[in-house]
Write a new protein. Structure first.
Length: 258
């Protein structure tokens, strides 16, 4: 199935943007040295990728304790970015090296690499495709068989392209995405590219930074079986299970997005 370029046009109506606050359900420990770039939940564990040259890794993490159970460190020349699982593999990006890597899910042993133009940021998947962000307004659609690009989704909020789309997670038919340098998570309709919802997680950033210096919110994971959403950030000491609380929409809800 080819996913084409979704873009706003004068002939297509633009969906209203719902707004939400993040409400904490439960707090879990998180490694405060982890510069989180990718996050996902699978088979009872978190899988996390971290960034920064010389500190980049992929990890298997115990949810309840935050303990790193397994880790593979990238070559120091690579700045690790988003990850996604596909069958028995982990697919991971790097920031500016235009190179991604495929690992064995069980052992984290590197299996192969692949190449793309531009930057690598976040990753997620549906039942048939991989999705990749690159810091622009486009999400790339990849063939999971060989990581080749087969389409793009152009992301807009009330008709205006938005950029800095970072870590991604597929949740109930939508793509949730952190927007770098903001405390907003957007909900993207993958069929149209429209932002259908905005989630303010600034309260989580306030809590995470209460006793130490932290970086931005980044990291969304979904437990489909338990219907649980988890979020964290770069260098955050905690990971939060959240639920969404609707709030009154602003006249221009997209104004704070880059």
């Amino acid at each position: 199935m080819m996913v084409g370029l979704a873009a706003a046009s004068p002939g297509r109506s633009i969906a209203a943007v719902a707004e939400y606050n993040a409400v904490i359900v439960k707090t879990f420990p998180h490694d405060p040295t982890a510069f989180t770039e990718g996050l996902l939940y699978q088979d009872g564990f978190l899988y996390e990728s971290t960034g920064r040259n010389g500190k980049s890794s992929i990890r298997k993490v115990a949810l309840d304790t935050g303990t790193v159970l397994q880790q593979y460190d990238l070559d120091p020349k690579y700045f690790g970015e988003g990850i996604v699982t596909w069958k028995d593999r982990i697919v991971g990006l790097t920031y500016k090296a235009e190179t991604g890597f495929v690992y064995d899910l069980g052992s984290f042993k590197p299996l192969s690499d692949f190449h793309y133009s531009g930057e690598g940021w976040g990753m997620t998947k549906d039942d048939a495709h991989l999705f990749m962000s690159d810091g622009t307004s486009d999400l790339r659609v990849l063939d999971p068989a060989n990581e080749s690009e087969i389409g793009r989704i152009h992301v807009t909020c009330e008709g205006r392209p938005i950029k800095n789309i970072n870590e991604l997670e597929w949740i109930k038919g939508e793509i949730y995405a952190n927007i770098w340098l903001t405390s907003e998570i957007v909900r993207i309709n993958p069929k149209t590219g429209d932002v259908d919802g905005l989630i303010d997680v600034s309260n989580l950033l306030t809590l995470a930074s209460q006793y130490r210096a932290v970086d931005v919110a980044n990291g969304i994971a979904y437990d489909a079986a338990g219907d649980r959403v988890f979020v964290t950030g770069k260098l955050w000491p905690s990971l939060y299970q959240i639920t969404l609380s609707p709030r009154p929409s602003e006249a221009d809800p997209c104004h704070g997005l880059p």
